[in-house]
Design a protein around this ligand. Structure first.
Ligand SMILES: [Cu+2]
Length: 467
């Protein structure tokens, strides 16, 4: 913040106003037409501006502090968010790896979840052996990446802000003094912060006509089963390095959802359950098929029919996202905390845009969430939701002892993938089980497992055979 004092502003009208912000004097300028050196604020200057008709500005408390000071002791709930900038090699479709840059050895980075009004205390640490510096820009913080700047290997930097506005917000590496930001973000250094509204989420009203054609309004409780989906692209050379030339031409190598192409499609377990043969693929693309792929084996997203489902969606990439779910209608689309649409088929998100989709899957079935741009869809943006028990597996799962009684979704038997499940928030329904899935390094996968997610590659071979 002190930088603001030392800058010579060419200003046009008026208002340099001092306000007391956390015990320090803060100066704000507006444009008017004369030069004032605000590095030397004094009473005469303030009086002069006041006489010119200066405006009284009240700065939002959300203004971030690079030295946490008063914000940390403001009496608000303080949520610590510690991330580490680390380059690691991670797999891509086709059996190769690429040189990923990550927060905490995972792509996307960990999701921060807070309630509107909380103070976020964010610390970025760069290990000594990391090959490059990194920066940070959290869009929820209302602080520019330039103010955070970047830090070098072996260093750590903390800042605090109040999560003032509800919604979904991107965070990302800002490169080294902003340079290389594209490379760092498109190589994996991105994530989201979910800021729950202070008063919680709203109930969901779904209007449909019943069989007789009568308008049927159904109100669902605000509590919902939640998922997070982050869309991005990879621009890679054949040896797995970032290809800036390809990026400038918007010529991507892959479209990824939560870091992986086709990360949420059936795998050999589903093939076995449905076709009785692990090798008989039941979906057009099953690239991550096999228990030997451990945390990278594709997993499906399971929901119950008639359940309020909430999706937090961020376009982290360079290309538009035409979000559509085949066979479904998006019952409500919210951006920030304002409803944008209801009963809509597809919603468009540009780069660094987000939305919250609320919907209810009425009928048992398989529903594919896609980027309705065919290039994106066919290069990775197909995400399969399974609602209810469309394959009639309940009796067989009960017979085999996998579950004790019929269940309303396969999540009770197989769990939902950890990288698609955000941290619990104000109106979250707990998932019946969570399995280890994601573009995690082995070390990170072990941490996710230690936190309670089930490693299916270890558990599935121990299950009794399902006939
Ligand atoms: Cu970086």
């Amino acid at each position: 913040m002190n930088k603001r004092y030392s800058m010579l502003f060419t200003i046009a009208a008026v208002a340099v106003v001092s306000a007391t912000l956390f015990g320090s004097t803060y100066t704000q300028t507006q444009i008017s037409g004369q030069s004032i050196d605000v590095s030397q604020p004094n009473v005469d200057l303030m009086q002069q501006i006041h006489d010119m008709g200066g405006l009284q500005l009240v700065m939002p408390q959300a203004f971030a502090e690079t030295n946490c000071g008063a914000l940390e002791n403001s009496g608000r709930n303080v949520v610590e968010f510690n991330v580490s900038g680390q380059s690691v090699d991670l797999p891509i479709m086709g059996g190769k790896t690429y040189h990923a840059m990550t927060f905490n050895q995972q792509v996307p980075g960990p999701t921060l979840r807070v309630t509107q009004g909380d103070v976020v205390k964010m610390t970025l640490t760069i290990p000594k052996d990391e090959s490059t510096g990194h920066g940070n820009d959290m869009h929820a913080s209302q602080m520019s990446a330039g103010a955070f700047d970047s830090i070098n290997p072996g260093e750590s930097k903390t800042y605090c802000y109040i999560a003032e506005s509800a919604g979904v917000f991107k965070y990302h590496c800002s490169g080294v003094h902003i340079l290389g930001m594209d490379q760092h973000v498109l190589s994996g250094m991105y994530g989201i912060a979910i800021v729950d509204p202070a008063n919680g989420y709203k109930k969901l009203m779904v209007e449909k006509t019943s069989g007789s054609g009568v308008l049927d309004k159904k109100l669902y409780d605000a509590d919902a089963l939640e998922f997070q989906l982050e869309y991005n692209q990879l621009y890679l050379t054949p040896d797995g390095n970032y290809d800036a030339g390809a990026m400038f031409q918007h010529h991507n190598t892959a479209t990824v959802v939560n870091g992986m192409q086709f990360g949420y499609v059936p795998n050999e377990v589903h093939n076995t359950l449905i076709k009785g043969d692990a090798k008989k693929n039941i979906f057009v693309a099953q690239p991550w098929n096999g228990l030997d792929l451990k945390q990278y084996q594709s997993q499906l997203l399971y929901v119950e029919t008639g359940q309020h489902v909430r999706l937090f969606i961020e376009n982290q990439g360079n290309e538009p996202l035409f979000f559509h779910i085949v066979g479904e209608i998006l019952d409500r689309v919210t951006q920030g905390n304002r409803v944008q649409s209801g009963a809509t088929e597809t919603w468009l998100l540009g780069g660094s845009q987000n939305m919250i989709v609320d919907l209810v899957f009425d009928e048992p079935g398989v529903y594919v969430a896609v980027n309705h741009d065919y290039a994106a869809l066919f290069s990775g943006a197909a995400t399969v939701f399974v609602a209810g028990d469309p394959f009639g597996l309940n009796p067989r799962l009960v017979d085999a002892g996998v579950i004790k009684a019929p269940v309303p979704s396969y999540a009770y038997a197989l769990g939902n993938p950890s990288d698609a499940v955000p941290p619990m928030g104000k109106n979250s329904i707990k998932h019946p089980a969570v399995n280890v899935h994601g573009l995690y390094s082995d070390d990170r996968a072990a941490e996710i497992e230690a936190a309670g997610a089930i490693p299916l590659w270890k558990v599935v071979p121990t299950l009794p055979p399902i006939k």
